[in-house]
Design a protein around this ligand. Structure first.
Ligand SMILES: [Zn+2]
Ligand SMILES: [Zn+2]
Length: 262
């Protein structure tokens, strides 16, 4: 089995100091490529630096809606420079979080739109974080529908109707361990709808450990195999075939350069 963790935060404590062991455990489990995702400018710099140190580790650079309040005038310029690095495969994570509202909504909207503009210019895929802001997120994305090619809703926990809206627009959906949680019936119904050509897997580690290891406070890429197995069972597909299909989807989405996996 060769899986890609399309969204993790290897730069975050407590994964960062343990990075070599985290990567080794992941490879041993069959999760052999990763995209470590930036949440602000210093963190995005760190993702690029991490990616340069490991084969099959790639980076996304972006400003999380929580961090939109700190985005200065030249932040986008610096993000653009960072995105030139060969290991950068996406812009994100970006989007709207009206659950926490750590940044004011006008700031979130402005920084989200600016990053979509950047992704369009650079012809890079985008990773969307959307919480309690589904309709608003779709509205903003629709303005960029022609210019931004590949869009994924990460850590999807929306309804089947919302999944349908995402799929109808040609976007992708990525699932974390949340889909394995007992109270996640709605996300499971949504997952049922998503064809494998549009479905990706992620850990969002160090958060969101999947069942049956949810008690393990610190999630890491190796544990994504539980989510893979869970979704393969849900879709009644043998795990190997499921893994091969979602890995092919992920490689196509991110335009992974050729290599053993990616
Ligand atoms: Zn997120
Ligand atoms: Zn994340």
């Amino acid at each position: 089995m060769q899986l890609i963790d399309t969204h993790c935060h290897l730069t975050f404590e407590p994964l960062d100091p343990d990075i070599d062991a985290v990567i080794e455990r992941s490879k041993a489990a069959g999760v052999i490529s990763w995209i470590t995702v930036g949440t602000n400018l210093p963190d995005s710099r760190k993702t690029v630096e991490f990616a340069s140190r490991f084969d099959n580790l790639y980076a996304a650079v972006g400003i999380h809606p929580h961090d939109a309040k700190d985005a200065a005038l030249d932040t986008l310029t610096q993000l653009r420079d960072l995105a030139q690095n060969i290991k950068v495969v996406a812009i994100g994570e970006m989007g709207l979080d009206f659950h926490y509202n750590f940044s004011k909504q006008p700031d979130q909207l402005r920084v989200f739109a600016a990053q979509l503009q950047l992704a369009a210019e650079l012809n890079l895929p985008v990773i969307i974080h959307s919480r309690n802001a589904f309709d608003e997120t779709i509205d903003v994305l629709d303005r960029f529908a022609k210019s931004v090619k590949n869009i994924v809703f990460h850590c999807f926990s929306g309804s089947p109707e919302q999944a349908k809206q995402v799929l109808d627009r040609g976007h992708y959906i990525s699932f974390t361990g949340v889909v394995t949680f007992k109270n996640a019936d709605r996300a499971r119904q949504a997952a049922d709808l998503v064809p494998l050509e549009r479905l990706m897997l992620e850990t969002d580690s160090p958060y969101m450990s999947p069942e049956p290891v949810r008690k393990q406070k610190i999630n890491e890429p190796a544990l994504m195999t539980h989510t893979a197995k869970f979704l393969a069972d849900l879709k009644k597909i043998p795990l190997e075939g499921f893994a091969a299909a979602v890995t092919a989807t992920s490689k196509a989405f991110f335009n992974h350069p050729p290599g053993p996996i990616g």
